[in-house]
Design a protein around this ligand. Structure first.
Ligand code: ADP
Ligand code: ZN
Length: 730
């Protein structure tokens, strides 16, 4: 007798699907793409139905329960997820779990819609005693109606005061469904649809036919900073909506791009188009709701970061990847997918064009455009005509440097301040100093879990590991020689900020890095203050180089370029060029003719000289021969195998046995290693890596298909993580 069988993915580290019988009573409600409860070993777990078929059920176990009335995975999405699981050699169940909003992949039942207390003023001219009460009431009056979350951001533990204000009739409180959307309070911009310039028109015209005819095509929009790329996206999305299709926009990090999000909302939301903005500030319930709305086809535009590539849109007409070179499109652990690469796959699967945009394209994409696999669209002038900024390379070898800033830079900052211009300072390292040193015996302070020094954070009086977040108090004396002369070495943003405060006491100085922007709204606050010119000098990590449009900035200074350049990675040149070009592009946006200073001990390095000229092509052509010589991407393909475990000798032995196994079967693939990872210890685990390198993908693929045989031999205490197309190999 033929019965209905479901093939089900389970979130465990195994690649296969598991088959279950669909019992009689569930036959009417079972569907592909829903979650079910199934007996699994000795427990009951959640699985995802990926396909249904007729067959001999034999002694297959029964599905216990159905959890969804309608699918949460669409057929298009299942296809993409299966492709990704295969390509990235990652178990399908875990791939699905990573791609779904939190809460959907776990055993927990559906997250509920959250409610929050909202406060509204009732009476205003009421006599209040406490200063706290007055301030809080004034704040609420100004806002009209405010949720508790937002109040908490301004006033620590406000509850007793709120309670009191309600009691005396100054406020009323109501429960509301909360949409804790950081952009809801964002003022919509004064936006009008702009008349495109000639280069923009040409770009949109190239893309439009593939939107209208529902065919895949890949485009690389290479436009200098401020050349109007976003406007091209907006027009392309408009075409997509006209063709009655949906658009997916990926940005590196939503919280860093509120301006872009606001432009999309202003342009389209007012016309009744459904927009979902997926960001980390959403609660599990909100994510779940957004996901359901997308599945139900109530959303036309999805804007999100990396994981939004898995948004369940049925009727895709366009995928845009903004700042496509950005490394945050690559997931750094577990299922290590690259959303930019998956976008191209998804475009092919769903017959829609994919538009990658950047001022400094990744080598991979530029190479593809040279090969003709992507159509290159150029915007080579700034919209407002302004010249690109003048970049000066300051040779530190010729400079008197007392702190972090060379004399040339101090002078330039002084002059800019006198002209009331705003200044950006990039130093890509947070904290006060990268390490503490005992100047008596030379001892430094390391993370007990990781093989790196602890960063000194002066303001919080802590030593912190930037990899595992281990925190320790600042030692009073050296634990080795008991000496008292412990000194911070090198500089991070905190120290730079302090140095600037001493040098320019009357300037308004702010800092933007992960430490100052960890609480909600902090980032936006700095941006708003920058735009209102309440900040003269903004110090920050690479965060300040990303996507901001600060019209008042006329001077940009880059410190610590050498540490980016000397990073032990074959992409360090590409990264330096890209970061420097991006940050330089922040200068003189409105006025034109900004100035940029890059101080370095290697001012002749071509990554720096090309960034100074803002000449992408020159850099590309100088860098390419090195890649070719070493067989690195885009000429070769890499897979990094990382072995980790608690017991160092055991991990080493396992890695080396695995290496022998691979060398025995590899054809036209180089097996390099095993060697200790650059971070040989991380979060308490010892780590070794084997790098696979091949000129052709099929050969590499053939080897990857045989990995399972080797993995069976691995001791259970040793974990293997496979990184296909790695972008950093720490
Ligand atoms: P990019 O994304 O390349 O950095 P944007 O799209 O943000 O550039 O454009 C930079 C500025 O120029 C924005 O303020 C934008 O509103 C403006 N702009 C873009 N295109 C035009 C146009 N065709 N006419 C007038 N202003 C434009
Ligand atoms: Zn650590």
């Amino acid at each position: 007798m033929s019965e209905l069988i479901a093939d089900i993915a389970v979130s465990i580290p195994l690649k296969q699907l598991f088959s279950y019988r669909v019992p009689e009573i569930l036959i009417d409600s079972i569907q592909v793409g829903i979650r079910v409860k199934i007996p699994f070993g000795r427990r009951v777990t959640i699985g995802f139905v990926l396909s249904l078929r007729q067959g001999q059920a034999g002694d297959l176990k029964d599905i216990k329960e159905i959890l969804d009335e309608e699918p949460i995975l669409t057929p298009e999405l299942i296809k993409l997820l299966r492709w990704a699981a295969d390509y990235y050699c990652h178990p399908i169940g875990q791939v699905i779990r990573t791609s779904l909003p939190a809460g959907l992949g776990s055993e927990k039942s559906n997250p509920k819609i959250l409610t929050e207390a909202f406060y509204k003023p009732l009476k205003q001219n009421i006599c209040l005693r406490g200063k706290k009460q007055q301030e809080l009431l004034q704040f609420i009056v100004q806002q009209g109606s405010v949720g508790l979350t937002q109040i908490r951001e301004q006033f620590p533990s406000p509850y007793p005061v709120l309670q009191r204000l309600v009691e005396i009739g100054a406020l009323e409180v109501s429960k509301q469904e909360c949409l804790r959307d950081p952009f809801a309070t964002e003022k919509l911009l004064n936006d009008k649809c702009l008349t495109l310039n000639r280069a923009q028109v040409k770009a949109v015209e190239e893309i439009t036919p593939s939107i209208q005819h529902h065919v895949f095509a890949g485009f690389l929009l290479h436009g200098v900073t401020g050349s109007g790329k976003t406007e091209v996206y907006l027009h392309a999305v408009d075409q997509c909506l006209r063709a009655d299709r949906q658009a997916l926009i990926l940005v590196p990090e939503i919280s860093l791009t509120p301006q872009l999000v606001a432009r999309f909302r202003t342009r389209f939301e007012t016309t009744g188009v459904g927009i979902a903005v997926l960001h980390s500030g959403l609660s599990a319930g909100e994510r779940y709701d957004a996901w359901r709305e997308i599945v139900r086809n109530n959303i036309q535009i999805v804007i999100g970061a990396r994981s939004a590539i898995f948004a369940p849109l049925h009727n895709l007409g366009l995928i845009v990847i903004d700042e496509e070179h950005d490394s945050s499109y690559k997931q750094g652990e577990g299922f290590r997918y690259n959303a930019r690469d998956l976008a191209l796959v998804r475009g092919q699967q769903q017959n829609c064009p994919v538009l990658l945009g950047s001022a400094t394209p990744s080598f991979a994409s530029y190479y593809r455009s040279e090969q003709g696999a992507l159509t290159r669209l150029m915007l080579d002038k700034r919209v407002h005509g302004g010249d690109l900024p003048k970049v000066e390379l300051v040779d530190l070898k010729d400079q008197v440097v007392e702190g972090t800033l060379s004399n040339s830079l101090i002078e330039a900052i002084q002059q800019a301040l006198e002209r009331r211009e705003q200044i950006l300072l990039l130093l890509n390292r947070r904290g006060f100093a990268p390490f503490l040193l005992c100047t008596d015996c030379g001892e430094s302070f390391h993370c007990p879990n990781c093989e790196i020094t602890l960063t000194y954070h002066q303001r919080s009086r802590e030593l912190r590991c930037h990899y595992c977040d281990y925190v320790d108090a600042v030692p009073e004396h050296c634990h080795k020689c008991q000496g008292l002369n412990i000194e911070p070495q090198g500089a991070g943003t905190e120290r730079l900020e302090q140095e600037l405060e001493e040098l320019f006491p009357s300037a308004m100085i702010a800092r933007m890095d992960r430490d100052t922007t960890s609480c909600k709204g902090a980032h936006q606050k700095i941006m708003t203050e920058m735009l209102a010119h309440k900040i003269d000098i903004l110090v920050g990590t690479q965060m300040i180089a990303k996507g901001h449009d600060f019209p008042g900035v006329a001077l940009v200074c880059v410190l610590g370029a050498d540490s980016i350049l000397n990073f032990p990675d074959f992409r360090s040149g590409e990264r330096s060029f890209s970061l420097l070009t991006q940050v330089a592009g922040r200068a003189g946006r409105a006025s034109g003719g900004g100035r940029v200073f890059i101080q370095s001990y290697n001012p002749d390095h071509y990554a720096l000289t090309c960034a100074a000229k803002q000449d992408y092509r020159d850099f590309y052509q100088q860098e390419l021969p090195f890649r070719q010589e070493l067989g690195y991407p885009p000429y070769g393909h890499l897979v990094n195998l990382v072995f980790s475990g608690n017991n160092n000798p055991q991990v080493q032995t396992a890695a080396s046995q695995f290496g022998h196994f691979l060398s025995g079967i590899a054809q036209a693939v180089e097996v390099l290693g095993p060697s200790p990872c650059p971070l040989a210890r991380l979060r308490g685990k010892s780590r070794y890596q084997i790098l696979l390198k091949s000129a052709t993908r099929p050969q590499l693929r053939r080897l990857l298909d045989q990995l399972d045989n080797g993995m069976k031999q691995l001791p259970r205490q040793v974990n293997l993580n496979i990184d296909v197309d790695p972008i950093d190999m720490l």
